[in-house]
Design a protein around this ligand. Structure first.
Ligand SMILES: NC(=O)c1ccc[n+]([C@@H]2O[C@H](COP(=O)([O-])OP(=O)(O)OC[C@H]3O[C@@H](n4cnc5c(N)ncnc54)[C@H](OP(=O)(O)O)[C@@H]3O)[C@@H](O)[C@H]2O)c1
Length: 184
């Protein structure tokens, strides 16, 4: 059991979803957004990312400059470059250890935060521990697939950061910062 007051480093959620809260088809993302992966890299650089084993499979490699903490129920699963966690508590512990170890080594790029990286099963488990969501809203037609949990709208202060029009290659999308009104 994680007590919120015991969290050493804040957990920030990062997600891209459509108007129906769809985040992917279960194996991969459904869209390609210009600049979005670059932005995700800048925001998450120097942090541990907590992701589900299916999201790890869809990426297929560790993301450079960050820790890939992969949640699986399997006690034998392993992959090069992945830190395995069999529970959310275990993932948080590994994330805190990684931050401390990298700071001790003098890595100036390390941020004191942990990212809840998805997919749907991992958002479902970890969202209650997040006071912040970095959200990309994508205007994309899909009703089924892996979905982000339904948010209690009144719990969040929402700030739109940037808007992008659709192009011939990509749908319309926007960046939002969500902040929990009553912080946990
Ligand atoms: N748009 C976005 O921002 C975004 C971000 C991330 C992912 N995605 C998309 O989301 C989809 C994948 O999401 P998903 O929900 O199907 O899978 P997921 O959350 O990435 O991974 C699910 C796996 O996590 C492990 N797991 C779940 N609960 C656990 C627990 N309590 N303890 C330990 N391990 C646990 C299990 O692995 P085992 O089966 O190995 O036990 C489970 O199969 C893909 O389409 C991906 O592209 C989108």
């Amino acid at each position: 059991m994680i007590r919120k007051k015991d969290l050493k480093n804040p957990i920030v959620c990062i997600v891209a979803m459509n108007q129906n809260r769809v985040i992917g088809d279960g194996n991969d993302l459904l869209w390609h957004l210009p600049g979005d992966l670059k932005r995700l890299k800048i925001i998450t650089m120097g942090t541990p990312l907590i992701m589900g084993r299916k999201t790890w499979d869809s990426i297929g490699r560790p993301l450079p400059g960050r820790a890939s903490i992969v949640m699986t129920k399997s006690v034998s699963w392993k992959a090069e470059g992945a830190i395995v966690a069999n529970s959310f508590e275990n993932a948080i512990t590994e994330a805190n250890i990684w931050i401390e170890a990298n700071k001790k080594m003098g890595n100036k790029a390390i941020q004191n935060k942990i990212f809840l990286f998805g997919g749907a099963q991992i958002y479902e488990i970890g969202l209650e521990y997040c006071n912040t969501i970095e959200m990309t809203k994508v205007n994309f037609c899909a009703v089924s697939g892996s979905k982000f949990p339904r948010l209690k709208e009144n719990d969040w202060k929402k700030t739109k950061l940037e808007d992008f029009e659709a192009t011939s290659n990509s749908p319309e999308f926007s960046y939002w910062h969500y902040s929990r009104i009553i912080q946990r």
